[in-house]
Structure formats: structure tokens, C-alpha cells
Design a protein around this ligand. Structure first.
Ligand code: NAD
Length: 466
């Protein structure tokens, strides 16, 4: 009797061989040509989907995690990303990489939906899209690669990365390490590849390539708009401007440290990080006192110095000066002739609500503090500052009503209560890690499920067991 499973595998192999005609078999990870990158990924993805059992996928992805969780590798990549982009703090980049390797959910995250009734059995399973184009930001060039690669592959997909022009070396090295681990573990060649020449022309070619079945765009409004205009299923992980609100019932000593740590994490590069502070007037002085006494925050008080800092950090009075994004507080203040101790992680400045430090997504360790008369005024100001991105917000309070009202009103994808914002991506929080927070398109913090489509199979008349 013909073994059905063998037959299916044999046919699949022949199809893969045909699809892969003209694709070199040696392990190439970076491609100048969009078409060659996509073809390599298509060939590998077919094999990954059809030839690799779930058990094998779990073994390979977990094996890759073990190989990458090596202090030397993590440090090398953290130093490289900080040097190449000129942004962020190496010690925090190490944490981001560890998080993305350890806490990104894998194939075990999937659940099957089975329905039975008088008519038989209905099965709903998540199935890969195929090859996904993943466009990654300069702010998390390596953590995004690890996080996206694990999620995308867990669902049976392949991926072509499009690196940010200012993070090509870090992206290539991260992809190379993933591929080397895969090679040792027996995964197909080409499952994870990257473009080497990031340009708008190449990005457009990639997004419109007929074999690209989904686009994952992590970055500012431009890339999200481009992904949504592609006419393909898309994950749009766009910008934010997360407010943090502290009311009169908060544990102020804890709130002070949590806010400093969340806001200054990787020099404020993460999209989820606290970017403006609204403090109820009656506790604002005490909150500030705790922040300053910790030695981790420095208050810039002199109005002339505040003006000078604004002049060097904002371009044309409206957008952050890219060369200042992700720089340390010491570096930023050195530009206006102010010297501060090495220990300081954050520059605190009292401003009115209308100030650009409040309204712009600066991505610098500068935290504007705005006094508000009560919780309600703070909530309204938080809503205005968040600009409807529905990205992230934070509250420090012990008033259950305030916490619930703000969570409901903000409608943000992530809402953190009484912790640094990064608790919501699993650092000190009981949740999986995501470095692609799909705000615009609504998938939320991405998991392997975000990169799959639901398929239903209906069997009439059988297989009900009760
Ligand atoms: P960016 O928008 O400059 O670049 C992101 C990627 O998009 C890059 O690969 C770039 O080459 C590409 N790109 C930019 N404009 C494009 C366009 N018009 N068409 C096609 N591709 C385009 O972002 P960045 O400065 O590297 O990252 C910071 C921004 O990303 C911030 O706004 C931050 O909030 C956001 N971000 C969001 C998330 C999230 O999960 N929601 C995660 C990280 C960063």
C-alpha cells in the first residue's frame, strides 16, 4: 500500500525543487537583489512548512535561543548596535536582547480551535502566510530581528528583513548568527535572509514582490503608511508618545524610581518608554524630591539652559534632531555646557503642557514634568499628548477607580500600572516580549499568532465523541 504521508512529502519536495530552480544552495544571508532574497526565502519556507514537523520546529527554535543566549554574542551585538547607530545604552541593549531571545513566544504558543455539534467536527488552525517582509527600525535593530524571526518562523513562515539604513551592519550580524545557529540545527537554508542595500526603491520592490505575502513594518509613520498602502496583509507598528500620570495616592518613592528607569531605558529609544510626566500638584514636589535624591535624575532649571537644550535637540522648531536621538543625558547637556555626574540617567525639566518636549516623540532621556490640578486634568492632558496613537501609557496610583478610568479612556495597546513601562514587554512583567507593537493595525504586542492566518476545515457527520 502506498504510504500517503511519504507520497505527500515526495510531491512537496518536487514542487520545492521546481520553485527553487536557479537558487544557489550555499548559505547566503544577505542579498543585494530583492528578487534573489525572496526566491531563497520562498524555497526555504516551503520546506519549513511541509518537511519540518512541529516538534522539529520547536527543537530548532529553542536550540537557536540556547545558542544566542551567550554572553559574548549578546555583548558583541549590543556594542555593535550602539556604535553603528550612535544611540542607546549598551547595558540596556543587553537586557533587550536577552528578553527578545528568552521571552519571545515560539511554536508552543499556538492553540487549535475545535468545534463539535450535531453535524460533526470543525477544526480551525493557524497557518503561515508564506514569506513575510519585515522592515525593522534603527532604535532596536537587533532585538527586533530576534523577536520578529522567532515569531515569524514559529508560525511556519520565512522572512526577508529590510534593515534600517543606519543599522545595516548590526542587522546583518544578527541575521548571520541566527542563520549559523539554524545551519547547525538543520533548518533549511534561506529561511531568514536580509537585504543588504536598504533604499526606498528596494523597499518598494520588496513590498510589491508577488511572493511576499505579508508585511511587518516597525517604525515611524512613513513606513507604516507604506506597508498599509501595499494592498497586502500588514502589521503596522507605529510611533507613540507615552504619558505617565502620577496621582496623590501613588507610592511616590517607588513611582520616582520606576519612572526614571522606564524613561531612561536605552536612553528612551523604545517606543513604549515614558515620554512625558503629568503629576498632580499636591504630590509633584515630593515626587520630584525622590527622583532627584536618587541621584539618577538631574533637574535642568535655568530657563535659558532649557531653551538652549531645546535648540540643540529640536530641528526646525518641530522635529527631533536625529543626531541627538538616543544620546546619554551627559552628552545632551555637554552640548549646552552643563556637566553632570555619570550616574545620572535622566534630565528632568518642568514645562507647560504645550512644550515640544511634551508633545514631540523626542526619544531622548529628557522627561518634561507638567503639574496638573487633579487626576481628571492629568488624564485629559495625557490623552492630548498621546495624540491618538493608541500606543502606550502608564499610571502610578493606588486608586482602583483612577487606574480603571485611565486604562479605559486611553485605549492604548499597552497600559502599565505601578511599574516601569517595560513591564508590559516582559521585563519585570509576566507577559511575553514583543518589539513589534502593532498599534495602527491592531494585532497588539505581536506573537506567532500575529503572523498567521486562520483556516477552517469542516467534516460533516463524524468525529464527535459524545
Ligand atoms: P523609521 O521610520 O525611520 O524607520 C523604520 C524603517 O522604515 C526603516 O527600515 C526605514 O528604512 C523604513 N522607512 C522609513 N520611512 C519609510 C517609507 N516612507 N517607506 C518605506 N519604508 C520606510 O523609524 P526609526 O527612526 O528607525 O524608529 C523610530 C520610530 O519607530 C519611532 O517613531 C518609534 O516609536 C517607532 N517604533 C515603533 C515600534 C512599535 O513596536 N510600535 C517599535 C520600534 C520603533
Amino acid at each position: 500500500m502506498v504510504d500517503q504521508e511519504m507520497l505527500v512529502k515526495d510531491v512537496t519536495r518536487r514542487v520545492i525543487a521546481l520553485l527553487g530552480e536557479g537558487i544557489p544552495d550555499e548559505r547566503t544571508i544577505g542579498y543585494d537583489s530583492v528578487d534573489s532574497a525572496v526566491k531563497a526565502a520562498v524555497k526555504a519556507q516551503r520546506a519549513w512548512q511541509w518537511d519540518f514537523l512541529l516538534e522539529e520546529r520547536i527543537r530548532i527554535i529553542n536550540g537557536m535561543r540556547r545558542e544566542l543566549l551567550d554572553d559574548k554574542i549578546i555583548e558583541e551585538l549590543s556594542v555593535l548596535a550602539a556604535e553603528e547607530t550612535g544611540m542607546g545604552r549598551v547595558s540596556d541593549k543587553i537586557i533587550k536582547k536577552r528578553l527578545s531571545i528568552e521571552k519571545t513566544p515560539g511554536p508552543e504558543f499556538f492553540r487549535v480551535n475545535a468545534l463539535t455539534g450535531d453535524h460533526g467536527l470543525v477544526l480551525e488552525e493557524l497557518s503561515p502566510f508564506g514569506v513575510i517582509a519585515a522592515i525593522t527600525p534603527s532604535t532596536n535593530p537587533v532585538a527586533s530581528i530576534f523577536n520578529n524571526a522567532i515569531c515569524i518562523l514559529a508560525g511556519g513562515n520565512g522572512v526577508v528583513f529590510a534593515p534600517h539604513p543606519s543599522a545595516v551592519r548590526s542587522t546583518l550580524r544578527a541575521v548571520e548568527l541566527v542563520c549559523q545557529a539554524f545551519e547547525r540545527l538543520g533548518a533549511p537554508n534561506g529561511l531568514v535572509v536580509t537585504l543588504t542595500k536598504p533604499s526606498m526603491e528596494n523597499l518598494e520592490k520588496l513590498m510589491s514582490h508577488p511572493s511576499i505575502k505579508m508585511i511587518s513594518a516597525t517604525g515611524g509613520p512613513g513606513v507604516v503608511k507604506a506597508a498599509l498602502s501595499s494592498g497586502k496583509p500588514a502589521i503596522g507598528a507605529g510611533p507613540g508618545n507615552p504619558p505617565v500620570l502620577v496621582d496623590e495616592t501613588a507610592d511616590l518613592r517607588k513611582a520616582a524610581i520606576d519612572i526614571i528607569m522606564g524613561c531612561s531605558f536605552d536612553n528612551n529609544l523604545t517606543c513604549i518608554a515614558e515620554k512625558e510626566l503629568f503629576a498632580v500638584n499636591c504630590i509633584a514636589d515630593e515626587l520630584k524630591k525622590h527622583m532627584l535624591e536618587s541621584g539618577l535624575a538631574f533637574e535642568l532649571k535655568n530657563p535659558e539652559e532649557v531653551k538652549s537644550l531645546l535648540a540643540v535637540t529640536l530641528k526646525n522648531d518641530k522635529e527631533p534632531n536625529k543626531s541627538m536621538v538616543g544620546k546619554s543625558p551627559q552628552y545632551l547637556l555637554s552640548k549646552i555646557g552643563v556637566k553632570i555626574p555619570e550616574k545620572v540617567r535622566l534630565i528632568l525639566i518642568e514645562t507647560p503642557e504645550s512644550h515640544p518636549f511634551v508633545q514631540e516623540e523626542m526619544m531622548m532621556p529628557i522627561l518634561p514634568l507638567v503639574r496638573v490640578s487633579d487626576f481628571e486634568e492629568g488624564l485629559e492632558a495625557s490623552l492630548r499628548a498621546e495624540h491618538g496613537y493608541r500606543h502606550s501609557a502608564v499610571i502610578h496610583s493606588t486608586n482602583i477607580n483612577h487606574m480603571s478610568v485611565m486604562a479605559r479612556a486611553m485605549e492604548t495597546t499597552l497600559f502599565t500600572k505601578n511599574a516601569p513601562s517595560y513591564a508590559s514587554i516582559g521585563y519585570g512583567g509576566d507577559c511575553p516580549t514583543a518589539f513589534t507593537i502593532a498599534t495602527t493595525t491592531g494585532q497588539g504586542p505581536t506573537t506567532p499568532l500575529s503572523f498567521c492566518r486562520t483556516r477552517r476545515c469542516t467534516l460533516s457527520g463524524s468525529f464527535r465523541i459524545v
